[in-house]
Design a protein around this ligand. Structure first.
Ligand SMILES: Nc1ncnc2c1ncn2[C@@H]1O[C@H](COP(=O)(O)OP(=O)(O)O)[C@@H](O)[C@H]1O
Ligand SMILES: [Mg+2]
Length: 328
């Protein structure tokens, strides 16, 4: 009885992840020698801004194309918004928006006409359509260009227009392939702000690719680093820092009062895991195998000192990125 009831219930497609891939792979070329995407396992949570970072040729665009049904995987599988990337491409088209690189529009049509064209592809009713076009162009700051041909748009305008186009069907998942490449810094910032706002106000899951860590750090909740088709690391910037800390250790800078720095150094030297020490000017430089902040501070205090400055020498993002790539 209860079994029957359960079977008749309309169960919505519940999926924990907005995007999921299992051993997703794509090979190209003669004898399939180019492993553009190699055994990729990804899990992007709903409502997340997820950054996909890697150097040119890493496999970012190929991955995105497979996720939106433009390329068939050589091996492995994936789901977007709960739909299979091979068998349910039509559903994926309906629930996602895409900003490709480079974005192509009908350059002899105006912004409004272009959006009208895409809206028709999604069977959006004229009454809904016209207002949505106006709203979207306002969102991306192109109200004044609404009746201008997109052929005359600057790169920054094209990217923002591409974003409006990607949003025409009110998608729940947005794919943005290098959304700021080729734009000037002001335009790039505007684009990043737009992406952040969209995510916050509409809860859209964003999957964006970039070759810059600085860029993704600013707007992404989590980051995946990819090189030569392989996933090298996933997590928040802090998670990625932890990966490098585990490999390379941690550098601290300390200033101490109430006792001579040499005495503080002697005390810190006894902390297990501290592997190198150096006094430079009035600062103690400490290298530790892992995070040992509390232990080091305690040792200084025990020796009668007061820690007046205690910083971790943080690796900059570019270096962090290169470390992860070269460590692979
Ligand atoms: N259609 C194709 N035919 C052959 N090789 C391709 C094709 N598309 C991409 N590749 C190769 O696959 C690799 C990954 O490319 P791509 O996904 O465009 O990288 P990214 O977007 O990270 O710069 C590169 O070596 C590229 O040359
Ligand atoms: Mg690319």
């Amino acid at each position: 009885m209860s079994m029957e009831l359960e079977q008749n219930e309309v169960v919505p497609k519940v999926d924990e992840f907005a995007i999921e891939t299992i051993r997703l792979s794509k090979v190209f070329g003669k004898e399939n020698k180019i492993h553009a995407v190699d055994n990729l396992n990804l899990q992007v949570r709903k409502g997340e801004v997820f950054g996909f970072v890697g150097p040119n040729g890493a496999g970012k665009t190929t991955t995105m194309k497979m996720l939106i049904g433009l390329l068939e995987p050589s091996e492995g599988s994936g789901k977007v918004a709960g739909y299979d990337i091979v068998r349910e491409v039509i559903n994926i088209r309906e629930t996602t928006g895409v900003l490709p690189e480079p974005a192509g529009f009908y350059d002899n049509l105006t912004a409004r006409q272009n959006l009208r064209f895409y809206a028709k592809l999604y069977d959006i009713e004229p009454e809904v359509r016209e207002q949505r076009i106006v709203n979207l162009l306002e969102t991306v700051g192109l109200t004044r260009a609404i009746d201008q041909k997109t052929g005359g748009f600057s790169t920054g305008m094209r990217k923002r227009f591409g974003l409006a186009q990607a949003l025409i069907n009110e998608p729940s998942v947005l794919f943005l392939d290098e959304p700021t490449s080729g734009i000037d810094p002001v335009g790039a910032q505007m684009m990043r702000d737009l992406i952040k706002d969209l995510n916050r106000s509409k809860g859209v899951t964003v999957f964006l690719s970039s070759h810059s860590m600085e860029e993704v750090e600013e707007i992404c909740d989590r980051i995946a680093i990819i090189a030569r088709g392989k996933l090298l690391a996933v997590g928040s910037v802090e998670d990625l820092r932890d990966i490098i800390r585990a490999k390379e250790g941690v550098n601290y800078l300390l200033e101490v009062q109430d006792i001579p720095l040499s005495e503080a150094a002697e005390a810190v030297k006894t902390v297990e895991g501290v592997t190198a020490l150096e006094i430079q000017d009035e600062t103690l430089h400490v290298h530790a195998k892992t995070k040992l902040r509390t232990e080091i501070a305690k040792a200084v205090r025990k020796a009668g000192g007061t820690v007046s400055m205690f910083e971790e020498e943080e690796m900059n993002l570019k270096k962090l990125f290169l470390k992860i790539i070269e460590g692979a």
